[in-house]
Design a protein around this ligand. Structure first.
Ligand code: 13P
Length: 263
């Protein structure tokens, strides 16, 4: 089975509730005005998702109802319930209407010292609740310049996916986000993205042989309307995790268009 392209807009810490609703309404309208993209989304041949801040998840799910556009958490805590002040569980994400959640975004690793072990526990919690984790991996500039990029990616993939109980290849998504390309405008070249993502696919073939060919690997890092098609043309790039360019519904829709499978 072919891998269905997936475009996820990671809003990070942007947008108020009012802006969220406005964005969702405008995205729905924009999609309705684009019959080709809209029919691909409706038929499940192209998946779109937005990842607003936690407090806007329920409102965005409500505003996107009936559109087939999914809602995604930006993070999750690894326990299902308990005395963990300030945290949000996978059950709560599901309750708010989420289908996916990110685990181990590089900003969580960098600013909140998230470890591979925590990422692994978060992914396990999501799978337990029926949500699909989007496990983020990627090297920093100094790791790349020091020749350690593939070692870092391998460590993050192996530790992040260790012992996870997946039932199908669609249960989990990997996002390769080289830290040096995030928010810098310096996108990895399609060849650089492919090199890393083909490497990830090889690791998956070893770790999860029956699932690997059908698992999706997204690229993230300065994805824009004008570079998505070239990235998507690479055999192991199955979609995009988009930050800045996903904050405008028009630009997000253009990226979605650029990711449409060729008919
Ligand atoms: P930018 O698209 O702003 O580079 O962000 C990428 C990212 O971190 C998405 O998760």
């Amino acid at each position: 089975m072919a891998r269905i392209p997936l475009i996820v807009g990671n809003w990070k810490m942007h947008m108020t509730l009012e802006e969220t609703t406005r964005f969702c309404v405008s995205l729905k309208q924009g999609l309705a005005g684009d019959p080709r993209t809209s029919s691909l989304v409706k038929s499940g041949a192209l998946e779109l998702a937005v990842a607003p801040p936690f407090i806007s998840l329920a409102a965005s799910a409500e505003a996107l109802r009936g559109s087939s556009i999914c809602v995604t958490g930006q993070d999750v805590f690894w326990a299902d319930t308990g005395a963990y002040t300030g945290e949000i569980s996978s059950l709560m994400l599901r309750d708010a209407g989420c289908r996916f959640a990110l685990a181990g975004h590089s900003e969580r690793r960098q600013y909140f010292q998230e470890t591979d072990e925590e990422v692994n526990r978060k992914a396990a919690a999501l799978l337990r609740t029926g949500l699909s984790p989007i496990v983020c991996v990627g090297e920093t500039l100094s790791e790349r310049q020091g020749g350690a990029a593939f070692q870092v990616i391998e460590q993050q993939v192996r530790a992040g996916l260790k012992g996870l109980a997946m039932k199908s290849p669609q249960d989990l998504v990997i996002a390769y986000e080289p830290v040096w390309a995030i928010g810098t405008g310096q996108t990895a070249t399609p060849e650089q993205a492919e090199e890393a993502q083909a490497f990830i696919r090889k690791l998956l073939e070893e770790m999860l042989p029956s699932f690997a060919p059908e698992m999706r690997i997204l690229y993230g890092g300065s994805v824009k309307p004008d570079n998505i098609s070239k990235l998507m043309a690479m055999p192991d790039v199955d979609g995009g995790l988009v930050g800045g360019a996903s904050l405008d519904s028009g630009s997000f829709l253009e990226i979605a268009r650029g990711a449409c499978p060729r008919s």
